[in-house]
Design a binder for this molecule. Structure first.
Ligand code: SAM
Length: 304
């Protein structure tokens, strides 16, 4: 397979390199914003699970380069478990979003002000055990949501990657209690063959008298206590039938039909050069140690 064949098979991968983005995911945020315009007039932004940083690059270009007014008031904070190479106008924190100390680190950087926009493109390492993977992904979304409820101003926007699994309706219901409008959006740059989608939650509006609290040990039930999300209880007598309130998220496909299809191979798009190097090599790849050992001639094959 030629060095440029991935560029042809995945036009977004190619375009990301041409436009200086560290990952093709940049186009997912760009296409979501094209649809919802949630990055217009935002000042304080949090990018959770941000490495290698293509979403932060989009945010930096949008907030600082395309709209250079009031730059001294603008702030972008990016958080990831992995170290990130610096990005102009972005403060990076290497931390776990499920750890309560991460919240106070972000709050310190915002000096008591709330954020206008929080996004999370988080994905845990997959094990291949589907139930476990789905559970860990759900927990990551919940952590992002818990952080968001403590950081976001009323009326603010939250965008998060989800995988449309069996229990996704429950998440839509929970989000529906906290936001005025919840949309499940699939950008054209997200492969149609993947269950990946994004929840776009517009107009943060927590119930009155509901105080968000961040505690890793708190169950989902406890976190949403007071949000009046209907639940079933076991009683000796059957209660009168009562239909539970239920939120069904709208589904929107965004990116426009004119944009590239991420599942198609393009042979007729002229490529500027044969192959482009990655914009940013990984900071700490798992194969780094193997390469070091190989260089020193210490890499041996495991006995068969
Ligand atoms: N949006 C990024 C971009 O455009 O470059 C790509 C994000 S990548 C798909 C998912 C990231 O989630 C990984 O970098 C991973 O380290 C991060 N992640 C997973 N679990 C995390 C956690 N508990 N805390 C912080 N980051 C986490």
């Amino acid at each position: 397979m030629g060095k440029s064949s991935k560029d042809k098979r995945d036009l977004y991968y190619r375009k990301a390199k041409e436009q200086g983005y560290r990952a093709r995911s940049a186009f997912k945020l760009l296409q979501l914003d094209e649809q919802f315009r949630f990055l217009d007039n935002v000042t304080r932004v949090v990018d959770l699970c941000a490495a290698p940083g293509s979403w932060s690059q989009v945010l930096s270009r949008r907030l600082f380069e395309e709209d250079p007014e009031n730059c001294d008031q603008k702030r972008i904070v990016a958080v990831d478990l992995q170290p990130m190479f610096p990005i102009d106008h972005v403060t990076t924190i290497q931390a776990d979003i499920t750890h309560p100390k991460t919240l106070s680190k972000i709050m310190d950087l915002f000096e008591g002000e709330k954020a206008d926009f929080v996004c999370s493109d988080g994905a845990p390492d997959v094990t291949g055990l589907h139930d476990l993977d789905e559970y860990v992904q759900q927990q990551l979304i919940l952590s992002a949501l818990q952080l968001t409820t403590c950081l976001l101003r009323e009326g603010g926007v939250f965008v998060a990657k989800i995988f449309r699994g069996r229990d996704i309706d429950m998440l839509y219901s929970q989000l529906g209690y906290l936001f005025e409008r919840v949309v499940c959006a699939k950008p054209r740059s997200s492969r149609g063959t993947s269950l990946e989608s994004f929840v776009v939650c517009l107009g943060y509006k927590p119930p009155t008298n509901w105080e968000p609290r961040l505690d890793v040990n708190m169950s989902v039930e406890d976190f949403f206590r007071g949000c009046d999300i209907g639940r079933l209880t076991i009683k000796d007598e059957l209660p009168a039938y009562h239909e539970e309130p239920r939120s069904v998220a709208e589904f929107i496909s965004c990116g426009g039909l004119g944009s590239f299809d991420s599942d198609a191979t393009y042979h007729d798009v002229p490529l500027n050069s044969i192959a482009l190097d990655p914009v940013q090599p990984p900071t700490n790849p798992p194969y780094k140690r193997a390469l070091e050992l190989k260089r020193k001639g210490k890499l041996t094959r495991a006995a068969q």
